[in-house]
Design a protein around this ligand. Structure first.
Ligand code: CAA
Length: 256
């Protein structure tokens, strides 16, 4: 179904890939596309056979932001009542590991979406920006908050105030992506496939903990970590992981 705005496939065991597919609009995140994405992530979250998701726009462009044609009719009232806020919330609540494979532009809402991924891989030609200031407004999908937290104030201010783009090397140096890969599409799947071989409950709790580290006092985070590890020590996956190590064989995790 290549005419769908979101392509869904499974490129490796337990891995679901979601590919934004509006090439004619540089994968601009129209409301229908955000709805499709939220629904697809919820379906992946509910599916016991899915352990990791790869989010991509394909090899040419990740996403050029919100759909500016749709935004053109916005005013203060529609802004305050914007249904997209709830859609971003649904995307944010995806609890399994998510890897973004970023080639080409990740701009505005596209960069905001990329920052929802737990691990991002950039191709050498990737470009990152929050150019909303050129349109007379500011990022609205969490960009001012997430970019400052992830990449620091200097790069965040520069991109948000000037509308300039950062290249893959700058994004990598700032911690906006985990790595630059010659073939980011392949590498994104490779990373997700590797995660999918690990214990799913452990991966899920690890994601929750690392995300909590941004906003949680250290003592609270450490207490949360102790409780999480105690919970994991009661799982079959823990017995399998340690048993496999002691028996010198590869572990097979069931997510139980
Ligand atoms: N929304 C809607 N359509 C878009 C779009 C967007 N964000 N970005 C690109 N397009 C469309 C163009 O209108 C054009 O359509 P037509 O062929 O019908 O004219 C088509 O995609 C190709 O675009 P270009 O010819 O401009 O392609 P390019 O390769 O020369 O440039 C680009 C690519 C640098 C991404 C450029 O299109 C661009 O600057 N796009 C806008 C980026 C932007 O401002 N993003 C922020 C959006 S606002 C936002 O995201 C708000 C938020 O957080 C709430």
């Amino acid at each position: 179904m290549t005419d769908a705005i979101l392509l869904i496939d499974e490129p490796a065991p337990y891995v679901r890939r979601l590919t934004l597919n509006r090439p004619e609009a540089r994968n601009a995140l129209s409301s229908p596309l955000l709805v499709a994405l939220a629904e697809a992530l919820e379906a992946a979250g509910d599916d016991a056979n899915i352990r990791a998701v790869v989010l991509t726009g394909g090899a040419k462009v990740f996403a050029a932001g919100a759909d500016i044609k749709e935004l053109a009719t916005r005013d203060t009232v529609t802004g305050l009542l914007d249904a997209r806020t709830a859609l971003w919330g649904r995307i944010r609540r995806f609890a399994k590991p998510m890897v973004a494979a970023i080639d080409g532009y990740a701009l505005g809402g596209g960069l905001e979406l990329a920052m929802h991924a737990d691990i991002a891989v950039a191709g050498p030609t990737a470009q990152f920006g929050l150019p909303e200031i050129n349109l007379g407004f500011i990022p609205g999908g969490g960009g001012t908050q997430r970019l400052a937290r992830i990449a620091g104030q200097q790069l965040a201010m520069k991109l948000i105030l000037t509308g300039e783009f950062a290249d893959a090397k700058t994004a990598h140096a700032a911690g906006l992506v985990a790595e630059i890969a010659e073939d980011a599409q392949l590498r994104g799947v490779e990373i997700a496939a590797k995660i999918a071989q690990k214990a799913p409950l452990a991966a899920r709790l690890a994601k929750e903990l690392v995300l909590a580290a941004r906003d949680t006092p250290l003592e609270t985070g450490l207490a949360f970590e102790r409780k999480a590890i105690a919970a994991l020590w009661g799982t079959d996956d823990f017995k399998e992981g340690v048993g496999a190590f002691l028996e010198k064989r590869k572990a097979t995790f069931a997510g139980k």
